[in-house]
Design a protein around this ligand. Structure first.
Ligand SMILES: [Zn+2]
Length: 152
């Protein structure tokens, strides 16, 4: 049995919505996804990676477009990660073109990203959310969002 989650995270990894904004956003998701197993919000103490699971296809440099190998990407991720404070999203020299950028600026397919706040629909039994729905949710949460489709 496999699980499909839809995860919404703020574009700014440090952005935290208010309790009130979160409960309204959850109510909206329940309306769209009444058959979901659960709708969960989480706030972590530090910035975390929200990955797309087995939907992962590639990670590319956002500047030169070159695909990074998994070991190259893991190296950058390890360099950026600190047990004490999680991901720092510190600019580093990229192996492809020598540009300096953080792991949060790279292009991921499927989408994945970094944040403290996340709102997750567990097995929503729906397809992709529409741009209009994302916009409504962004208005409720007061911040632009990334939508991550995670298959585990
Ligand atoms: Zn590059």
């Amino acid at each position: 049995m496999s699980d499909h989650h839809i995860v919404f995270i703020p574009v700014d990894p440090h952005y935290l919505p208010t309790e009130d904004q979160i409960s309204r956003a959850k109510a909206m998701l329940w309306q769209w996804m009444p058959e979901a197993e659960a709708i969960e919000s989480a706030v972590s103490e530090y910035v975390q990676l929200h990955d797309c699971g087995s939907n992962f296809e590639y990670v590319r440099c956002h500047l030169c477009g070159q695909e990074l190998t998994i070991p190259q990407w893991h190296f950058l991720m390890d360099q950026d990660y600190d047990l004490e404070r999680g991901f720092g999203l510190t600019p580093q020299t990229l192996p492809c073109c020598g540009s300096v950028a953080s792991v949060n600026q790279l292009h991921y397919s499927f989408m994945q990203g970094f944040s403290r706040f996340s709102l997750t629909a567990i097995n929503p039994r729906t397809g992709a959310v529409s741009p209009q729905q994302t916009e409504q949710l962004q208005r409720l949460l007061g911040h632009p969002l990334l939508v991550i489709y995670c298959h585990v």
